[in-house]
Write a protein that binds this ligand. Structure first.
Ligand code: NDP
Length: 278
């Protein structure tokens, strides 16, 4: 049986195994999908061990926090969008080596535009965080036509590097792109995306409520109980809160299509997952 997994640390909260099992069921694909906890200093060894797993034929894996930069380094062939992100969340094991791609960005954009019905064209977007998740979504947000994108991060230097790497893309799409520290963000935004791990760690929302205005779409990439604090904060300040469940399903649908060549019904699986997690 073809074997896939999601690797990360922590990993217990991941809904990816459920999503991919459901995709497989609905598209008639025979595969097994597991979750694997990876020691913080053991990413390369964990990938090797998975590839050598004899309980099935390892075909690929999803990579989540905090190993997306490590997987970009490990892959022998990397798509242009993952090269720009320098972060890989999908590895495919093929005859000529490991192929890396990044489906986080298209997953977020599809969720915002198709599922939340908000067009990004002409929007002012605040992207909080400069880790693997943020790096994956910045390019697709620019390509979707955002008018202005501010990347804010606790460690400002990382936001600056991310912005510099996307400067040409921003120019090509006539977008204004800048890096700011968390406490110096000016003005309110149409769309706010929390791509920090602060929710995962149970921390406070890392920016002031002045970044929100009535009707702002406020997306936390996190989902489940961990996203509750951000969602309540957004709602309390007149914004429209959205968790990361839609992004999770949409990025998984892209990965499934890369691996299996079949498009799974993402909207149906998202509705089922919402009903399951409440
Ligand atoms: P990384 O570890 O690569 O980056 C973490 C980011 O969070 C960094 O910008 C870091 O800032 C910031 N951060 C961590 N703790 C705090 C804090 N207490 N206050 C402010 N900023 C903080 O993680 P990823 O980017 O891969 O993932 C980030 C989140 O997005 C995770 O919760 C992950 O589960 C989620 N995610 C969800 C997806 C989905 O499909 N729904 C897809 C991708 C990610 P600094 O640089 O200063 O350390």
């Amino acid at each position: 049986m073809d074997l896939y997994c999601v690797m990360g640390n922590p990993i217990e909260h991941s809904r990816s195994p459920w999503i991919h099992a459901r995709f497989a069921e609905l598209t008639g694909q025979a595969l097994r999908y597991e979750r694997r906890l990876v020691p913080m200093d053991g990413f390369d060894a964990a990938v090797s061990a998975f590839r050598a797993d004899t309980s099935g034929t390892a075909r690929g894996c999803n990579i989540t926090v905090p190993f997306k930069f490590d997987s970009a380094r490990l892959a022998q062939h990397v798509t242009p969008r993952a090269t720009l992100a320098q972060a890989v969340n999908v590895l495919s094991f093929r005859k000529d080596g490991m192929h890396g791609d990044n489906t986080d960005g298209i997953g977020l954009v599809n969720d915002i535009q198709r599922n939340a019905d908000v067009a990004l064209a002409g929007c002012d977007v605040l992207l909080i965080g400069a880790g693997g998740g943020s790096a994956g979504v910045l390019g697709p947000i620019l390509e979707a036509g955002a008018r202005r994108v501010v990347v804010a991060n606790r460690t400002l230097a990382k936001a600056i590097v991310l912005v510099q790497r996307h400067a040409v893309l921003a120019l090509q799409h006539h977008a204004s792109l800048e890096a700011q520290a968390l406490h110096t963000i000016g003005g309110a935004f149409d769309v706010v995306v929390n791509a920090t791990a602060s929710s995962l760690a149970g921390g406070e929302v890392p920016v002031a409520a002045s970044v929100l205005k009535r009707g702002t779409l406020a997306v936390d990439m996190m989902y489940g109980p961990s996203a509750a604090g951000f969602m309540a904060w957004a709602r309390a300040h007149g914004a429209v809160p959205r968790d990361g469940l839609g992004m999770l399903v949409e990025q998984a649908a892209e990965a499934f299509e890369i691996w299996r060549g079949v498009r799974p019904p993402a909207a149906q699986v998202l509705a089922e997952l919402r009903a399951l997690v409440g």
